[in-house]
Design a protein around this ligand. Sequence first.
Ligand SMILES: Nc1nc2c(ncn2[C@@H]2O[C@H](COP(=O)(O)OP(=O)(O)OP(=O)(O)O)[C@@H](O)[C@H]2O)c(=O)[nH]1
Ligand SMILES: [Mg+2]
Length: 215
Amino acid sequence: MNILKIIKNEDSPLTLWAKENKQLLNSRGIKMFNVMGIPGAGKTAFIEETIRQLKDRISIGVIAGQLTGAQDAEKLSGLGVPVCLIQLEQEGLLPAHLIHEALQVLCAQQTLDLIFVENIGNLCCPSDYDIGEFTKVVVVDVAAGQNLADKYPGIFKDAQVVVFSKTGLLPYVDTDLGVMKSCVNRLNSAAYICELDSLHRSGFDQWIDILSKIV
Ligand SMILES: Nc1nc2c(ncn2[C@@H]2O[C@H](COP(=O)(O)OP(=O)(O)OP(=O)(O)O)[C@@H](O)[C@H]2O)c(=O)[nH]1
Ligand SMILES: [Mg+2]
């Protein structure tokens, strides 16, 4: 088990911390992915399967945000990668100054190529929560409703990658994936879109292709 806990500290000028994070990551050649989405969307499962697919080739670390508990951090640490848990103890997304502390802990442990941040389950607009990431990834499960992007446009406008998860559930829900995708396209035509199922380990070739294109 390799879990480090950082307890929330006082508020700080977040854009400055985001810049600090970017500098730190650039100086070490690390690409950080900020993985966001509503509670239960499949963020942990997506990160878990991505790590399984890549960890023999590259060095990956994780920053896992939770309000309380450590379930996701424990699960991801079980894959043998360094994990830093941030317990936020309040609603919202992870702020840049806490990410900075976590980055220092992770970077002191080993040389990393990629860091996945599992953000707190939330769809509020992340542009207020720049953490200095390389890429914003939004995970949306196909059972969440085909018009979700229209109802919560901010997060989709800011994302570079939108992942439609749980595609194995499509026969059992009334979601038209085409409609779901065109909602995202209308808001953000530049975003990469991929469809996958983490439990059934399907669709990951497309995601890994996108990942290798953007890093
Ligand atoms: N069928 C199916 N189930 C999935 C998939 N991804 C996640 N799940 C299940 O959905 C539930 C929630 O998945 P998590 O990965 O924990 O979701 P999360 O977004 O990390 O949730 P929070 O951390 O609570 O915000 C779990 O029971 C997963 O096994 C998927 O692609 N297909
Ligand atoms: Mg999770």
